[in-house]
Write a protein that binds this ligand. Structure first.
Ligand SMILES: Nc1ncnc2c1ncn2[C@@H]1O[C@H](COP(=O)(O)OP(=O)(O)OP(=O)(O)O)[C@@H](O)[C@H]1O
Ligand SMILES: [Mg+2]
Length: 443
């Protein structure tokens, strides 16, 4: 827990410095501060600190109480605004109370320290700006950008087609995932390429940053992409391609174009194109002209976008690589395989999924032996079942047997999914599913 007085003084000093120094811009403010000063698509000087704003920005319940004892603060009775009577003294006090890591998280105050002769710190505004999340990644900024591009009539269609997440809205992190060596290497490559894009541009290497993820459902293609956005602090722009090829055809080509424009405006960002195979299907068949136009626009837009030039990392995902033609494959410089997890990966996934659960005599390896062919998503579902079953029996602690039973239940369900409803073979297959009748129906 940090000291409420320091938190509020930091906020006051930031507002004061930003108001005075015209050469500071939005990217010099920490995201939490930007949000409270954001209105109608911009941040206007002066930045006035009301109690409400201070509370939202700092999470201190009574901001004035936290700083009222200090000699350099004041509150205006009428408006309730809090401000600094002696900013120099406030800066000196603040620098005495924080370490350099904290200063490095606030470019405006790094700037103030740089311009203060008495301050003796090694953090520069430039450094702090590089660490600070750019305003393009803020929800408020994303929303105002969407408003600019899509008027109300387009809303329904666009919401189906594009979904944008700010990095702080993404809950999954890469730590929640078990990756193959190949996938891990690819993640490292991407992170390195993004960090070195100026260099890559300078040597004329612009044909990188378009990646195709190939693998069955539930193997982590979407999750790893989101995790990357979270890790790198980038907005995540997700396009559902099946939507491009479904309804509202008249407008679709235009909306695909807009989507790529939005991604460029949001850059640096990750553009995730899901269900990429739906493009291939439509190219083969004899489809509507508007649909062809939309698909061609999409392929051309992918050609035109670049990680190095536009700072957009393009990731496409497919469950049906066999349906992609050469023209589609050619557009990607890396292809990453998402196989179903092997025994070792399954055990690791089970460990991660259960890390916050109460487990008794849990042996993930033994369950991995019994779950050949299950994906990460399947394993999550198995654990969910086990938890619910135990809860209905009034228990929070899971046993190995609970998990084994849930595996069994999952396999039966899987059989149902594959059963042929038309020729009536279903009953026989479902019967096959319960090898071990002892556990089948122990209510
Ligand atoms: N390797 C893995 N390690 C940990 N969790 C995994 C792994 N693979 C999948 N999962 C979990 O399974 C769930 C589904 O994964 P995700 O949606 O990313 O799959 P996908 O490959 O995008 O599937 P689809 O092709 O159906 O879109 C997520 O909750 C994810 O955490
Ligand atoms: Mg997915």
């Amino acid at each position: 827990m940090s000291d409420p007085a320091v938190d509020v003084v930091e906020f006051l000093l930031t507002a004061h410095t930003y108001t005075e120094a015209e050469d500071l811009d939005e990217d010099d403010l920490p995201p939490r501060y930007r949000q409270v000063f954001w209105s109608d698509g911009s941040i206007e000087r002066p930045l006035a600190v009301t109690q409400d704003r201070a509370r939202t920005a700092t999470s201190v319940d009574h901001p004035w109480d936290a700083v009222s004892d200090l000699l350099f603060t004041q509150r205006t009775e009428f408006s309730g605004e809090i401000s600094l009577t002696q900013p120099e003294m406030a800066l000196e006090w603040y620098l005495d109370h924080v370490d350099e890591d904290r200063l490095a998280a606030n470019p405006t105050l790094a700037y103030a320290a740089e311009h203060d002769d008495d301050a003796n710190v090694d953090v520069s505004r430039e450094q702090a700006r590089e660490e600070n999340q750019p305003i393009q990644a803020d929800r408020v900024w994303i929303d105002s950008l969407l408003d600019e591009y899509f008027d109300e009539d387009d809303d329904a269609e666009m919401l189906d087609l594009v979904h944008i997440l700010a990095p702080e809205e993404i809950e999954t992190t890469l730590d929640d995932l078990v990756l193959t060596e190949d996938q891990q290497e690819e993640v490292n490559k991407i992170v390195t390429a993004i960090e070195n894009r100026d260099y890559l541009a300078s040597i004329g290497l612009s044909e990188i940053g378009k990646i195709l993820f190939v693998g069955p459902p539930g193997t982590g293609k979407t999750t790893i992409s989101r995790g990357l956005a979270h890790e790198l602090g980038l907005p995540f722009v997700e396009v559902k391609l099946s939507m491009v090829t479904s309804q509202y055809l008249g407008e679709t080509a235009k909306n695909v174009e807009k989507t790529f424009e939005v991604a460029k405006r949001l850059s640096p960002c990750i553009l995730f194109i899901d269900e990429f195979d739906s493009v291939a299907k439509t190219r083969k068949s004899d489809e509507h002209a508007a649909l062809k136009r939309a698909v061609n626009t999409l392929l051309k837009s992918i050609d035109d976008i670049s990680l190095v030039r536009d700072e957009v990392l393009t990731v496409a995902a497919t469950n049906h690589p066999d349906q992609l033609d050469a023209a589609a494959w050619r557009r990607f410089d890396e292809v990453v395989n998402f196989p179903k997890p092997d025994r070792q990966m399954r055990a690791d996934i089970l460990r991660i999924v259960t890390q916050d659960m109460q487990m008794a005599e849990f042996d993930p390896e033994a369950i991995a032996d019994e779950t050949e062919g299950l994906t990460g998503s399947d394993l999550r579902m198995v654990l969910r079942e086990a938890v619910l079953q135990a809860l209905t029996e009034g228990r929070r602690e899971l046993t190995q047997q609970d998990v084994m039973n849930a595996v069994q239940g999952f396999e039966e369900r899987d059989n149902l999914k594959n059963m042929d409803m038309i020729d009536g073979e279903g009953a026989a297959i479902a019967g096959d599913g319960g090898h071990d009748h002892g556990h089948d129906h122990d209510h």
